[in-house]
Design a protein around this ligand. Structure first.
Ligand code: HXC
Length: 261
C-alpha cells in the first residue's frame, strides 16, 4: 500500500535510526521507511524483538540493522548511534518511538512508576535527539517523534504518559526552533486509537472498545498503515517546509470528545 501511494525509492539514500522499531506502530514505521528505500536501524532494549523484525525487512529487499540500546541510558544510545553510522555511513532521520505504558490511577502511581515512563518517553527522546544532533546537522536531517493525544484532555489512568507526551510535544517545538537553523526539521505524529497495537490491547478494555469506535468521527479505529503513511510523508521532501508540527492522526477522535456529547 505504501508503495502504491508513494513513488518507489522516495527515501532512497536516507538512513533512519528508529527507536521502538521492532514492534507496534514504530515497527510499522520502520518497515514503511525501508519500503520507501531508507536503510533502517532498529533500536530497542531487546535484541530478540529486533532481529526478527530486521530479518523480515532484509528478506523483502530492504536494508535493516538491529542494535540493542535502552533509550534511558545515554551511553548505550551513543554506542547505538555510532554503530549505525559505522553500518550505514550516516544518519539523517531519527524516529523516537520507544515508549512505556500501563494503566494506573494517579493516586496509586508510585514515583518510580511515573518516573519510569517519563524516563523512557521523554528523557529517552531527548537522549536520542541529543546524541544524534551532530549527524543530523551534518546531513540536514530530521526528527520524527511519536507522541499521543492523551494530554489534550484529561485521560484517566494515564497521568504519567500524558505528562511525558506533553513534554515530547514541547521538545518537538523547541528543537524545531533551535535546530531548524541547522536545517534539521523536528516534527511529531500523535496517533489516536490504533487497532492491533499493544497500547490498544492493554489500555482499552474490551467492553469499551465499541463505544470508543463510535466516538471516532471517521467511524473506525486507525491502522498502523495510517501512521506509516503519515510518517513516510513527513520524512519525505514533500514535507520540506514542515517544522515543529504535531500531526494528529486520529480520525478526528480527540476533537469529538467535546462537552456536549
Ligand atoms: C502500576 C506499575 C505497573 C502497573 C509497572 N509499574 N507496571 N505501576 N501499574 N501496571 C511500576 C513498577 O511498580 C515500578 O515502580 C515502576 O513502574 C517501574 O517498573 P519496572 O517494571 O521495574 O520498569 P521497567 O522494567 O523499566 O518497565 C517499564 C514500564 C514497562 C514502562 C513499566 O511497562 C515497559 O517497559 N513497557 C515497555 C513496553 C510498553 O509498555 N509498550 C506499550 C507502549 S503503548 P515501583 O515503585 O514499584 O518501583 C504506548 C501508547 C501510548 O505507549 C498511547 C496510548 C493510547
Amino acid at each position: 500500500m505504501t508503495q502504491q501511494i508513494f513513488i518507489a525509492g522516495l527515501l532512497k539514500d536516507r538512513v533512519a535510526f528508529v527507536t521502538g522499531g521492532g514492534t507496534g506502530i514504530t515497527g510499522g514505521v520502520a518497515r514503511a521507511l525501508a519500503e520507501a528505500g531508507a536503510g533502517v536501524a532498529l533500536v530497542s532494549r531487546q535484541i530478540d524483538h529486533l532481529e526478527p523484525a530486521a530479518a523480515v525487512i532484509n528478506e523483502q529487499g530492504g536494508r535493516a540493522f538491529a542494535v540493542a540500546a535502552d533509550v534511558r541510558n545515554p551511553d548505550e544510545v551513543a554506542k547505538a548511534i555510532a554503530a549505525t553510522v559505522e553500518h550505514f555511513g550516516k544518519i539523517d532521520i531519527v524516529v523516537n518511538g520507544a515508549a512505556g505504558n500501563f494503566l494506573c490511577p494517579a493516586d496509586q502511581l508510585s514515583p518510580n512508576g511515573f518516573g519510569s515512563v517519563v524516563d523512557i518517553d521523554l528523557k529517552g527522546t531527548f537522549n536520542v535527539c541529543r546524541a544524534a544532533f551532530e549527524e543530523l546537522k551534518q546531513h540536514r536531517g530530521q526528527i520524527l517523534n511519536i507522541s499521543a493525544t492523551l494530554h489534550y484532555l484529561g485521560t484517566p489512568m494515564q497521568l504519567h504518559v500524558s505528562a511525558a507526551k506533553a513534554g515530547v510535544d514541547a521538545l518537538t517545538r523547541n528543537l524545531a526552533v533551535e535546530w531548524g537553523r541547522h536545517g534539521i526539521r523536528v516534527n511529531a505524529i500523535a496517533p489516536g486509537p490504533i487497532a492491533d497495537t499493544e497500547g490498544m490491547k492493554r489500555l482499552v478494555p474490551e467492553p469499551i472498545k465499541e463505544k470508543l469506535r463510535q466516538r471516532i468521527p471517521l467511524g473506525r479505529f486507525g491502522l498502523i498503515k495510517d501512521i506509516e503513511n503519515a510518517a513516510v510523508f513527513i520524512c519525505s521532501d514533500a514535507a520540506n517546509f514542515i517544522n515543529g508540527a504535531v500531526l494528529v492522526v486520529d480520525g478526528g477522535h480527540w476533537l469529538a470528545a467535546n462537552r456536549l456529547l
